[in-house]
Ligand binder design. Structure first.
Ligand code: F6R
Length: 256
């Protein structure tokens, strides 16, 4: 794993955006995997800025979001479709037909997951999978004990995920209990993976991802098996990483 620890928000967004822009320069028809949540907001704002400045072109690109809640109308304020249009898609020159999310509102989520899997099989593989991470080590909505070879599926959200995501819904009771997510198998089949994490609340999950055993209790630990993973972390998320012989908590670059 390559680990980059950045100094501030600006660098966090710039380093992550550099990865996307370099890929699209070399491969304009690249396939991107995208997360929602608080972590990628700065990256998306940076990509909008660079696209407006003519520094990156999304015209030939295809995107697959990691996940979508089950049962929310697509135009619901809390849906991931709404999030993506607000934060990224409306600000870049990606054709609307090239932006894919699972159909969480279809009424038949199992079938919608199967169709999403088939679409990715047709248009993929993903060249660069961008990930956030849950405080419980989830990636996408692959909660602890999800199989390492799982495909797109309907996931039951854990109490900790429901609690974390309640900020977007006002109350925990309003957070959907299920989501359609790409599976760990889909994520691990991506050519490259870039995991983003900010803040103290992610430090334990990051330490377990990088230095822990590969275990179903921490889905992100399966990333250790992938040959091309880059982590972009702020100092707080990196605080529990250390090189052998070093005391934890010094920040700076750590080997994975
Ligand atoms: C969302 C997703 C989740 C989030 C994770 C971190 O599409 O895939 O795995 O990346 O829950 O969320 P934030 O960034 O809000 O801390």
């Amino acid at each position: 794993m390559e680990i980059v620890v950045v100094a501030d928000e600006g660098e966090f967004a710039a380093v992550a955006a550099d990865q996307v822009c370099t890929l699209l320069r070399h491969k304009p028809a690249a396939v991107l995997g995208l997360p929602t949540g608080n972590t990628p907001v700065g990256l998306y704002a940076e990509l909008v800025k660079r696209n407006r400045a003519g520094e990156v072109d999304f015209r030939r690109c295809t995107t697959f979001n990691l996940d979508e809640y089950v049962g929310l109308p697509a135009d619901h304020a809390g849906s991931y479709r709404t999030f993506m249009w607000k934060n990224l898609f409306s600000g870049i020159n990606l054709p609307a037909t090239a932006a894919h999310l699972p159909a969480g509102d279809s009424g038949d989520p199992v079938r919608a997951a199967r169709e999403y899997e088939a679409l990715l099989a047709k248009l993929g593989p993903i060249d660069l999978m961008v990930l956030g991470i849950g405080t419980n080590g989830h990636i996408g909505f692959n909660e602890p004990y999800t199989a390492a070879d799982s495909r797109a599926h309907v996931s039951q959200l854990t109490p900790s995920t429901i609690r974390s995501n309640s900020v977007y819904f006002g109350r925990e009771e309003l957070v959907p209990r299920q989501a359609i997510t790409l599976g760990l198998g889909n994520i691990l089949e991506s050519r490259r993976i870039m995991l983003l994490a900010k803040g103290e609340s992610k430090a334990k999950a990051i330490a377990a991802t990088v230095m822990g055993e590969i275990a179903p209790t921490v889905p992100a630990s399966y990333l250790q098996r992938h040959p091309a993973v880059m982590l972009i972390l702020d100092g707080a998320a990196a605080a529990l990483l250390h090189k052998p012989g070093e005391k934890p908590g010094r920040g700076g670059e750590a080997a994975g």
